[in-house]
Design a protein around this ligand. Structure first.
Ligand code: FAD
Length: 506
């Protein structure tokens, strides 16, 4: 290669002299013939003093032999070599050299010299290692966390996750982040999109994850955002920011199930108390009802006697009859006064699916005992109704108990195989309909309305039935502005329909 005509020879020398890179020129045995000022600055060996020494003077002796063998093999093939070597300065301190050696080939094609150029990259290496160490440290901390954690890019792709998150993938069999975020969006509505647009953190949201045929799982989720500067070369002068979503999800199923069990237990206790009061009311109402008949007869007899005996001779009988009448009325009043009041309950917006789910859970032992299968079809979206949680639970529990009893009756009549109860909720524009269907003996057409009358029973008092259950259920429905009826279209079995008005704005 010749020197360009307009470029004097000394320019090459000056360029090498003034270069910021440590430059040395050696013979073919790596004996240094020339070193520039930057070489002196980097290595600590003086430009003049180093001449005549082998480049190995810089070797710290920890670089593997193989590296040198590769280096020399490349040079022998007249190819440039580039790599990292651990060098020792004149003062004994070490540095990492990023070295490039290029063979200088003469006109005959022989290697006459080697040109070595290197720079101290200790600091760059230190920073790289520091980043790697921090990354490894963060990953191990993230992995050790007892919370599932994942980082999503702007296209909702998972770019980082931890062991707990991986476990969730195994458990749920799908991408947990997508599922949890869609539940979060469902729960928060427009607020989620607003938080996302403004990159505002979302704190502690409890999400319920239904699992077909399994126990639902609960997660406490939080979302935060962070921004990353694009590290690509093209973004060097025009920084581009990338946004990431950090999702954390803590499994709180156990605590939720415990809370649920406690809630169900207290609901059961409330229901039991309500049923006890109801039973007492039924008994007393029955007694009052039974006494009212003879008392009315007695009162008619007294009026008759009063009209017949206007003389004084019969006064004793009249007085006795009057006294009997007064005592009987007093006894009736006492009985009525003994009747316990219906317990007052707060009226609140309720989701009937949840009320029915609770009732089914509480009735599980009875259903299992009767070998009954429940086909439960809750409407996916159900507006709320305003009501008393315990009263409505008692209503549906009574209706469910009736259907179980009906199925047990049918069993004795050789229908042991048909043991299915269908329960579903249907939203209508202004009311919610709950349908409870069984394949029991059904209710004859002529009894369709009578079954709701007080003390009407198809089973007989000797079997513990006073015939007040459906009356009370109808009363509860009416108190809630709704009604219960029996679908006349069903011939085989019974279909009870409960209609309750939707809560305003629910
Ligand atoms: P050595 O005994 O010198 O050699 C180790 C192995 O290298 C041997 O087994 C042999 O196979 C091979 N080898 C050595 N010399 C030759 C040769 N002349 N021909 C063929 N194979 C050979 N080393 C550094 O540690 N730091 C530097 O900054 C550095 N800069 C260099 C710059 C130039 C321009 C050149 C040509 C070499 C440079 N070297 C540098 C390499 C250096 O010359 C030594 O090879 C190296 O330092 C190993 O030295 P050593 O005494 O441990 O082993």
């Amino acid at each position: 290669m010749s020197t360009p005509p307009d470029l004097p020879h000394q320019v090459f020398r000056q360029a090498v002299e003034q270069s910021a890179l440590a430059i040395s020129i050696t013979d073919t045995k790596a004996k240094i013939l020339y070193a520039n000022p930057a070489f002196e600055r980097v290595t600590g060996y003086s430009q003049v003093g180093v001449v005549g020494h082998n480049e190995s003077i810089l070797s710290y002796q920890v670089t593997p032999k193989l590296v040198y063998q590769t280096l020399w093999a490349q040079l022998k093939r007249q190819r440039a070599w580039n790599g990292l070597l651990v060098n020792r300065r004149r003062d004994g301190s070490r540095y990492l050299a990023d070295l490039t050696i290029t063979p200088v080939v003469d006109a005959e094609g022989h290697t006459s010299h080697y040109l070595g150029m290197h720079r101290d990259v200790t600091e760059v290496h230190r920073l790289e290692r520091q980043v790697q160490n921090q990354k490894a440290m963060i990953e191990s901390v993230v992995d050790a966390a007892q919370v599932a954690l994942c980082l999503l890019d702007e296209d909702d792709r998972v770019v980082l996750d931890n062991q707990e998150y991986k476990k969730l993938i195994g458990d749920l069999g799908r991408e947990p982040a997508a599922t949890l975020l869609s539940l979060l969006r469902e729960q928060m509505g427009a607020a989620f999109d607003l938080a996302r647009a403004r990159r505002q953190p979302i704190h502690h949201r409890e999400l319920r994850l239904e699992r077909p045929g399994g126990v639902p799982r609960w997660f406490a989720c939080a979302v935060s955002w962070f921004e990353e500067q694009d590290i690509s070369a093209e973004a060097f002068y025009e920084p581009v920011r990338r946004h990431y979503l950090l999702l954390t999800a803590q499994d709180i199923s156990e605590i939720k199930h415990q809370q649920e069990a406690i809630r169900l237990n207290s609901l059961s206790a409330l229901l039991a108390e309500q049923e006890r009061i109801q039973g007492l009311r039924e008994t007393l109402a029955g007694a009052v009802y039974q006494l009212e008949g003879p008392l009315n007869t007695l009162s008619a007899a007294v009026r008759l006697l009063e009209r017949r005996h206007d003389g004084n001779g019969e006064k004793t009988i009249d007085a006795a009859m009057d006294s009997a009448l007064r005592d009987s009325r007093a006894a009736l009043d006492t009985l009525r006064a003994c009747m316990p009041n219906q317990t007052a309950e707060a009226i609140q917006p309720l989701n009937l699916n949840e009320v029915l789910r609770d009732v089914l859970k509480m009735s599980t032992p009875a259903l299992l005992g009767a070998g009954v299968v429940v086909e439960w079809n809750p409407a996916p979206e159900l507006p709320s109704v305003n009501g008393g949680a315990t009263q409505l639970a008692a209503l549906f529990r009574h209706l469910l108990a009736n259907t179980i009893e009906a199925l047990n009756e049918r069993r004795t009549a050789d229908h042991a195989d048909e043991r299915v109860i269908r329960l579903l909720t249907l939203p209508h524009p202004d009311h919610i309909e709950v349908i409870l269907e069984d394949s029991g003996p059904g209710i004859p057409e002529e009894w369709r309305y009578k079954v709701f009358e007080p003390f009407f029973t198809t089973k007989g008092a000797e079997r513990g039935h006073l015939g007040m259950g459906l009356t009370m259920a109808q009363e509860t429905a009416a108190r809630h502005g709704g009604l219960i009826d029996i679908d006349p279209a069903i011939r085989d079995g019974c279909r009870v329909r409960v209609q309750l008005p939707c809560a305003k704005g629910g």
